[in-house]
Write a protein that binds this ligand. Structure first.
Ligand code: PGA
Length: 255
């Protein structure tokens, strides 16, 4: 079955409102008068979300967030709710990025609660999973990914193929210039689809997109995106330049 590619940029803690406005307009202008059949998305920092939503106005590009609270509006200083994200024009929310897990102690249970909160709010969630290098070297990569994913899936039920996206991001490949080989990516994506199938059934699992993340760039996007179970990319560094993000989208369009 053919799944629609999702090309998602994660700007991390880069691009405040002024820069985000310029960069999103530049991305949209590269596709002016050209349509694309993939879905394309940028996740800027919270304070830049409205700038990106405005910058993308009149284009097919969408806006997402990099994180969200698992709580509803209330006394949670410094947090941002799903309701606020919807109000800002976001359509997607990333949860469980490895940098959140590593630097902000987000564990599988919290990530699962966030994923549920996003889905319940009607937004779409990108759930990140991935092993660190020592896990891979010790042959534990699948076990780690399975535990991360199943904890999140336990909170989710029904045909959520429209609302749930998984991103496989081997932590050793993030921001390092190291990429998983296409075979390594395909092998893990296939394993992730089997876990999705165990939980949701095959029909739903076949519709859920699984993104690869970790040093994806124009030079390696084609071989990664050509893998059977790779349905798009979660792109950090290469999404901070309009040209490289746009080239990855063009590659997805050509496959
Ligand atoms: P990278 O980041 O493309 O810079 O490796 C990917 C990510 O962390 O989402």
């Amino acid at each position: 079955m053919k799944r629609t590619f999702l090309i998602a940029g994660n700007w991390k803690m880069n691009a405040g409102p002024t820069e985000a406005s310029a960069l999103s307009k530049e991305i949209a202008s590269l596709w002016k008068d050209k349509s694309f059949s993939s879905e394309a998305l940028i996740c800027p920092p919270f304070v830049s979300i409205s700038s990106v939503v405005s910058g993308f106005e009149g284009s097919d590009f969408k806006t997402g967030a990099q994180n969200v609270s698992n709580e509803d509006n209330g006394a949670f200083t410094g947090e941002i709710s799903t309701e606020m994200l919807k109000d800002s024009g976001c359509e997607y929310v990333i949860v469980g990025h490895s940098e959140r897990r590593e630097y902000y102690n987000e564990d599988d249970e919290l990530v699962a609660l966030k994923a549920k909160k996003v889905v319940d709010s009607g937004l779409k969630v990108i759930i990140c999973v991935g092993e660190i290098l020592s896990d891979r070297k010790a042959g534990r990569a699948e076990k780690v990914v399975k535990d991360q994913l199943n904890t999140a899936l336990n909170q989710l039920d029904g045909d959520l193929s429209d609302q749930v996206v998984i991103a496989y991001e081997p932590v050793w490949a993030i921001g390092t210039g190291e990429t998983a080989t296409p075979d390594q990516a395909q092998e893990m994506h296939k394993f992730i689809r089997s876990l999705l199938s165990n939980h949701f059934g095959t029909e739903v699992a076949e519709k859920i997109r699984i993104l690869y993340g970790g040093s994806m760039k124009p030079d390696n996007a084609e071989e990664l995106l050509s893998q059977k179970d790779v349905d798009g990319g979660l792109i950090g560094g290469a999404s901070l330049k309009a040209d490289s993000f746009s080239r990855i989208l063009a590659i997805a369009e050509s496959i």
